[in-house]
Design a protein around this ligand. Structure first.
Ligand code: ATP
Length: 415
């Protein structure tokens, strides 16, 4: 089954809000075996809405819209779609009653403009929206369908799950085909190196497809089953995931939505170990990542943002001679930072990060992006120099991820 998505809102075109509705629709529909073949965004203008919906209907015959449904937008989408289908708008008594009831519950008088929300194109199916005032509408005529959903993301999501997906499943029952993906997350390995190792399995896992998705967190390996029966898709995905995990080896740290900070915390927790962090160029990013994970407090005791050398020596006990001789971004200093932190707080594990995030401060010997990392676990120590690409934000994000990964590999005894 195929359809098009039209998201409506001038703010979308101005870039004031990101079109999360389109992304969510794409994900949810793919999961239900429905293919979004095209999507477009238009301004809150009657002519623009009508043209976009009409063209999409001509091409694909099935359109889902979001936005422009409420009284603040003059119910624009509803009016244009009714006109396209040559249907008059009629007051729907059930919708009116639900609206009045909603206002009564909130203890407010219903403004007259809200009355228009109870008008629906003749013959349309009303999709009740308990989270807001504008209901969704499903208009169908001679095989052509337009489903109108509100723009507010939580209302859109609720209607999609409660009303739209079940109806779509009913229409395509018999086919019952799905599009599903799973992911192995890797870090600390270049995409090209990973492709050399993983590439050979692409033929074996067909018709599933493999995609490499690089980000500052590393490279994700995403395997996708297209248009298969649900149980067949799951079986093939599980087999492909086993192969991917094996090929990723020690560079793989988790699956699907797994966060590396949570992986590191779990490793430490299983060993009853506690962690401290000393951060220079990441300025607290690693501590932020760690404390974003629920339950971090039983492992993480805290961190120091040792930005200036005064803090590196005063608080972490890094000897000033080391700083003078080797500079703040050096193996000697990062090792001393981790050691000082571990000693002061008498904990099992420590991480330290010092680097040049740029855009200024680089030299020929230590260019922007140079970062030294150190991890300690008990008496074991690893130090690592990396030179990261990207702007300041990317270098800092990559440094935080690499620091967590260094500790993960040290604890797990991985190369
Ligand atoms: P109402 O007019 O009652 O507010 P509506 O259905 O007309 O609702 P819009 O006015 O278009 O919806 O959007 C309401 C809010 O929902 C917007 O201010 C915006 O924050 C958010 N929104 C709208 N469209 C999208 C979208 N495609 N992705 C993410 N957020 C959106």
């Amino acid at each position: 089954m195929k359809l098009e998505v039209v998201t409506i809102g001038t703010e979308l075109l101005l870039g004031q809000i990101i079109d999360t509705n389109a992304a969510e629709l794409g994900r949810a529909l793919a999961g239900a075996g429905v293919e979004v073949v095209r999507r477009s965004s238009v301004a809150d203008r009657p002519d623009a809405i009508r043209a976009a919906v009409a063209e999409a209907l001509d091409r694909t015959g099935f359109v889902i819209t979001t936005g422009g449904l409420g009284p603040t937008r003059d119910d624009m989408t509803k009016k244009e779609v009714a006109a396209l289908f040559n249907k008059p708008l009629r007051l729907n008594a059930d919708v009116l009653r639900a609206l009045e009831e909603r206002f009564r519950r909130l203890g407010r008088a219903m403004p007259a403009v809200n009355r228009t929300q109870a008008e629906v194109p003749d013959g349309a199916t009303v999709l009740p929206n308990p989270r807001g005032t504008a209901p969704g509408l499903w208009v169908e005529d001679r095989g052509r369908v337009v489903v109108m959903l509100p723009g507010v993301p939580s209302e859109m999501r609720g209607l999609l799950a409660d009303e739209v997906l079940p109806r779509l499943a009913q229409r395509s029952s018999g086919a019952g085909l799905v599009v599903r993906s799973r992911t192995v997350r890797t870090t600390g390995v270049a995409e090209s190196a990973l492709a050399e190792r993983v590439g050979p399995i692409e033929d074996e896992i067909a018709p599933l497809t493999l995609a490499y998705l690089p980000s500052t967190d590393g490279v994700e390996l995403r395997v996708t089953a297209w248009g298969l029966a649900a149980d067949d898709a799951e079986r093939r995905l599980a087999a492909a995931m086993a192969q991917l995990r094996e090929r990723a080896g020690a560079d793989g740290y988790g699956e699907d939505g797994t966060d590396l900070a949570a992986v590191v915390l779990a490793l430490l927790r299983a060993r009853n170990a506690r962690l401290v962090v000393a951060e220079s160029c990441t300025g607290g990013l690693v501590s932020g990542r760690i404390t974003a994970v629920p339950g971090a407090s039983d492992v993480f005791i805290g961190g120091v943002v040792a930005y200036d050398n005064v803090v590196k020596s005063g608080t972490l006990g890094v000897r000033p001679e080391l700083l003078d001789k080797h500079g703040a971004v050096s193996e000697e200093v990062v090792r001393a930072m981790a050691e000082g932190m571990q000693r002061q707080f008498a904990v099992d594990a420590a991480l330290a990060i010092t680097g040049i995030a740029g855009p200024t401060g680089g030299t020929a010997e230590k260019p922007v992006g140079t970062v030294w990392l150190a991890a300690r676990y008990g008496a074991e120590v690893r130090a690592l120099k990396r030179i990261f690409p990207g702007d300041r934000g990317e270098i800092r994000a990559r440094a935080a991820q690499a620091a967590l990964d260094l500790l993960r590999r040290l604890i797990a005894g991985a190369p």
